[in-house]
Design a protein around this ligand. Sequence first.
Ligand code: CA2
Length: 146
Amino acid sequence: MSSVLILNGPNLNLLGTRQPEVYGSTTLADVEAMCAKAAEKLGLSVTCAQSNHEGVLIDHIHAAKGVHGGIVLNAGAYTHTSIALMDAIASVELPVVEVHLSNIHARESFRHTSYIAPVAVGQICGFGAKGYVLALDVLADILNNK
Ligand code: CA2
């Protein structure tokens, strides 16, 4: 069975508690439960992790090599700043699907830049928590060589 890491970055532990008009009312626990359910249907197993620390996120990406077949990554605001995360993704050579709850291209201009996008297989944004399920669907195809 193919295994996928669902990795969430800074402040996403607060999902559903503040700014519901931007990020929805779904909590991170809800997102992770949705992912587990979707993964089961797709024949994938998932491991979920969240950190507010750039280095810890990098450690998770490094540790995924040889353990997981791919990564669903919402790097939060590190998306727009972190060359270190970009380098980590490039170094593990795993398919990474970049996810954002909000449409980052319709928001402030500093959110239009993603350091993740050039090393990701693709980016899904603007569809709320459903984006994670869409990303798992894409990864299932990639991991089954469809
Ligand atoms: O839309 C997304 O998923 C983001 O990755 C979320 C990040 C933001 O910096 C990115 O530009 C887009 C912020 C996550 C903050 O999450 C919160 C959730 C509830 C309350 C406060 C923050």
